[in-house]
Design a binder for this molecule. Sequence first.
Ligand code: ADP
Ligand code: MG
Length: 574
Amino acid sequence: MYTLKKFIRYYGPYKTVFFLDLLCAAIISLVDLAFPQILRTLTATVFTEEPSTILKALLPIGLCLLIMYVIQSFCVYYVGYQGHMMGAKMERDMRQQLFDHYEKLSFSYYDQNNSGQMMSKLVSDLFDIAEFAHHGPENLFISLIKIVGSFVFLFLINWRLAIPLLILVLIMLVFSMKQNRRMQETFMDNRRKIGDVNSSLQDTLAGIRVVQSFANEEVERRKFGKSNQAFLHSKDANYSCMGNFMGWNRFFQGMMYLVTLVFGGLLIARGKMNAGDLAMYALYIGIFVSPIQILVELIEMMQKGFSGFRRFLDVMETEPDIVDAPDAEPLTDVKGEVSYENVSFHYSDDETLVLDNISFTIPAGRSIALVGPSGSGKTTICSLLPRFYDVTGGRITIDGKEVGKLTLESLRSQIGLVQQDIYLFGGTIKENIAYGKPSASMEEIIEAAKKANIHDFIMSLPEGYDTFVGERGTRLSGGQKQRISIARVFLKNPPVLILDEATSALDNESERWIQKSLEELSRNRTTITIAHRLSTIRNADEILVVADNGIAERGSHEELLAKNGIYAHYYQMS
Ligand code: ADP
Ligand code: MG
């Protein structure tokens, strides 16, 4: 019921079309209902009148039918075109909403959900919803009018014969409702299984280079085959339900004809009905059972549509963990003092603390370096500053303002992030650099590229800044991509900078180049650097050694060497 209420809201903007659609549906079924009546008028004339009066009667009947069918055809056109368009528009609305919502959901959601399932919600679920949105009410309406209408006529023609038919229909109704629940379950299962197939495909395609380099095609093939087969199993359950349902329905339909003929014959034998009425009966029963087939299809469509809609609601009702506080203020005029005060943190799916009571302060424009074994929590420390996750305890401030009390947009626009994996969007190099500042002029973009030491390389490409990169574009080396991502940050020009193993994936030669750009980038910016190679951080104002959920040592390079602890040990090893 709740789902239905939510669903109906999406018709809101299309009330007029919806109403006209239903009106057309009503006209379509009324015309069908009228046909046997007109036939009856004609047959009545045939039995009683002279040939000349029959000919005279043909003209008005012909005209009447012509008008009826012209109108009916127009209604069919309207339903087929505008009705479908209404469904398509609702689909577009929902898809946009879902996309907007996906963009808002926090890192923690993406940690726990896979993109294959998300894709299938965005594509196939929504299509099913739209199909139902349009065909559902319209077919229901057509069917109801035809069923009720033809039944009324059946009653009027001969009520004695109508009663056993009514009983048959009631049995059929109870039976259908029982089958319904089971079918709904199988449809939900279908949607999940096709989501699994999509995830498996998505996963393999995203990692195809890894798959092939390990020559693991066969392993992936089996994994995919498994989910593909599971989908087939789910379809099996589903279709067996449906076949069952349809078979029984056909049986009931046949029984209606049987009852009509046998019971009708009895009535004729007893003089309670005439042969002409029995013929009419057969025509109306035809109209009566035709929507039953439609209703069966409608039930399938409804099951699909609603299970899709429920999955849609699931996402829409997942609130992002990280949102602006009600009294959030924008962060402006940043000097860049960053301070962590007794910060503790654990990821939502695991209660053990990744960070336990960490404190440090970076004065504006100064730099700090984090070193420590992998998995010690260095990246986690950095993720808390732009609020990719919220702290479990303690607080983080920029210029003394707690990050949780600032608007997300203003906070994140002040922080530049350079990571180990770089993502370039499908588009030109120019667009990719301008991602840091969409309003940037060409001069600014070139300026940023120069600072990132990538301008000369870009100019050496035949299409320069208009070279296509990204998934389907020119392949760039890791170092080239990294320099483009650094140019992005130069353009964004944030006062606070996070460099998370920005050079770890690169060879020595590229690293040296990029190191220079990074030094240039971090000048006069508050910087947190995480680096594998200790040589790159020895100039940091302070070095924190992260280990055992906390900070094990801190100090300048020389101080830490003098201490002869963990850092000194690392340093000797490298
Ligand atoms: P580092 O950057 O120092 O290598 P991380 O901060 O990435 O370490 O990870 C610290 C710990 O937190 C690890 O034990 C890791 O398994 C865990 N962790 C990292 N990211 C997540 C996540 N998104 N969800 C749950 N646990 C995570
Ligand atoms: Mg890390």
